[in-house]
Design a protein around this ligand. Sequence first.
Ligand code: 5GP
Ligand code: ZN
Length: 140
Amino acid sequence: MEEDCIFCKIVAGQIPCAKIYEDEKVLSFLDINPISEGHTLVIPKAHAENLWEIAEGDLAAVHRASKKIIQAMKEVLNPEGVACLQLNGRGVNQVVMHYHLHLIPRVKGSDPLPVSSWEIKPGNQEVIGRLAEILAAKLG
Ligand code: 5GP
Ligand code: ZN
C-alpha cells in the first residue's frame, strides 16, 4: 500500500467506492466523475503507477477481469460500444497515479464519446517506417 494513494485507500476499505467486481488481484468500481453512464475503473490491488511498473500477473488479471465486466455491461446497459482507456504519466493527464483501466460504455442514443473520436491525418510514412525499425530493434 502506497501512502497518499487514493486507490490504495479504496482497496484497503478506507474510502468507499461503488464496487462492482473483486478477485484476489483486482478491484473494479464505478468512476466518481463518469464520462458516460457505467464508466468503470479496473485496478490492481497491488500499487503500481503505470504500465511501466505493473507486474505482468497483475496486468493480465486486470484485463481478464475487464472481459468479465464488459460482458456484464453488455447485458445491463446494451451499449453501442465500450472505449478502453489507460493513461501513463502526468504528461497524458494521468491524475491518479495507481494503474487503472477505464471502461467507458456509450449507451444507445447518448452523445458520442470524446475519447473515441479524433481527426484522422495521414502520417509521414518515412518517419513511421524509421521509428518502427528503431522500436522493433529494441524489442528484438
Ligand atoms: P486518470 O488518472 O486516468 O486521468 O483518471 C482518474 C479517474 O479516477 C478519473 O476519471 C476520476 O474521476 C476517478 N477518481 C478519482 N478519485 C476517485 C475516487 O475517489 N473514487 C472513484 N470512484 N473514482 C475516482
Ligand atoms: Zn495505490
